[in-house]
Design a protein around this ligand. Structure first.
Ligand SMILES: O=C(CO)[C@H](O)[C@H](O)COP(=O)(O)O
Length: 221
């Protein structure tokens, strides 16, 4: 927890007065939202766009003003979000919390994406973490079959006895591909399958990765 927190708090130092900030989702992003809330209480003026219902609720609770895309003129200045894996080129796997679609929409709308992780998320090559893929419920059996033809065994994520539903009402398939040699190609192929809404590969999207280390150091790269 502490390693996630120190990475998150360092990232919030990059937020300046008047910025529009994208708020990530997950246990690391939680600490960034907490810190941003504390800075807002001290007088920082920002507006935020959240990547999940949960993050938006937390931000509102902390008094962070929320903006909708309809009211956004131009781009989000900076988004701060976690990740499930980060490779040597700062490509990511995201979506462990099921928010990958909104996270990618917000990241794409941002001038900068700062990724906050602890050391356990750093890998040489993406793929140990099963890749989350958001799919629409209609025809999901067929969509899963087409996804599996790309070289994995997709597992439909569940919550209790039911399929897990994203904030968008869709399902998540967790896809263990093993080592992903060409993340860009896989991202494109997956998104070419009808029924796939988006996948958790974030290729070339991170501006900076901030890593919280066990000894209390924070490394930026
Ligand atoms: O992509 C995400 C949610 O969809 C999260 O950023 C990712 O799962 C990391 O979560 P955590 O910070 O809890 O380890």
């Amino acid at each position: 927890m502490e390693t996630k927190r120190i990475a998150a708090e360092r990232a919030v130092e990059y937020v300046g007065d008047g910025m529009v900030v994208g708020l990530g989702t997950g246990s690391t992003a939680y600490w960034a939202i907490q810190k941003l809330g504390a800075r807002v209480k001290e007088g920082l003026r920002v507006k935020a766009i959240a990547t999940s219902i949960e993050s938006e609720a937390l931000a509102r609770e902390l008094g962070i003003p929320i903006l909708s895309f309809a009211d956004l003129a131009g781009e989000i200045d900076l988004t701060i979000d976690g990740a499930d894996e980060v490779d040597a080129d700062n490509h990511l796997i995201k979506g462990g919390g099921g928010a990958l679609l909104r996270e990618k929409i917000v990241a794409k709308a941002s001038r900068e994406l700062i990724v906050i992780v602890d050391q356990s998320k750093l890998v040489d090559r993406l793929g140990d973490f099963p890749l989350p893929v958001e799919i629409v419920p209609f025809g999901c059996e067929m969509t899963l079959r087409h996804v599996s033809e790309l070289g994995c065994k997709p597992v439909l994520r569940t919550r209790g006895d039911e399929p897990f539903r994203t904030d968008n009402g869709n399902y998540i398939a967790d896809c263990a591909f093993g080592a992903i040699h060409d993340p860009g190609l896989l991202e494109t192929r997956l998104n070419g399958i009808p029924g796939v809404v988006e996948n958790g590969l974030f290729v070339g999207m991170s501006s900076k990765v901030i890593v919280g280390c066990g000894n209390g150091d924070v490394v930026e790269r």
